[in-house]
Design a protein around this ligand. Sequence first.
Ligand SMILES: [Zn+2]
Length: 294
Amino acid sequence: MAAQTFPFQIGSIDACVLNDGEFQYDQPADLFFGHAPSKQSLSMALNQQGIKLSDWDHMDSSFCCLYLKMGRERILIDPGAGKMGANTGQLLSALETQGVKPEDIDTIIITHCHPDHIGGILNEKGELTFPNAKYIMWKAEWDFWTHEPDLSHQPIPADMQAAMISSAQQICEAIREKTELIRREFELRPGMRVISIPGHTPGMIALNISSDGQQFMYLADAVFHPTQIEHPDWSGQVDLDPKKAAASRNQILKRASNSRSQVLCYHFPFPGLGTIENTGGAYHFKAVAAGRRA
Ligand SMILES: [Zn+2]
């Protein structure tokens, strides 16, 4: 598959969505909507997206990473999954089409330490993919993964839990000396604010970027599927703390809708960009470009 890129502007900031590739998640109803109140309500909601629950045996997800040029600084937000799946790890070829080499990346912002978001930090030899990059992460996220993380109450298979922990620990160790840990919401760069959205993981962050009157939000894994924007209380098995995840999801969607931000959702069909419309008291996702979803 050719590298997919979607260059766009956030005010005067040059931005580009880079697709790290497509990944197939099995049992998406449990993974992403395991805490929906009933099968019937989930079925009705999914129907509106053209999905029949009884046939929904997998979800194809893009991995929508974001590249930003802010002044002289070249920033990546979530550096992709690396070779997690047969079709992932395409971030570097996507960057190359923008004239950017791995050594050009100055800063990598990690929204959270799940393998689909950090796997690209190390290459297949276990070396740092971006040799000159510094990393930024929320301190509670770092602390959780580096201090005997307990995923035992999360209803996902034990081998998946073990893989998540070992990937996070290996990668955190590799970037230990290059990582700045942040512990409060503040303006990280002129026009770029960190927002704490715990729940999916203990220290997940979103980013709000504003420039020349335009508002943009990188939502990370606050939402996985457009139906979750319509039903922000419905967390999934992938959310470590389903209640907190729902509270954070409600909060960030309200903020995105009220500020009329453009948003980027990592797992939505590429390029994952759209707006959160509030019609009749319910939120809806309006994609900037037609996406596809199997
Ligand atoms: Zn993810």
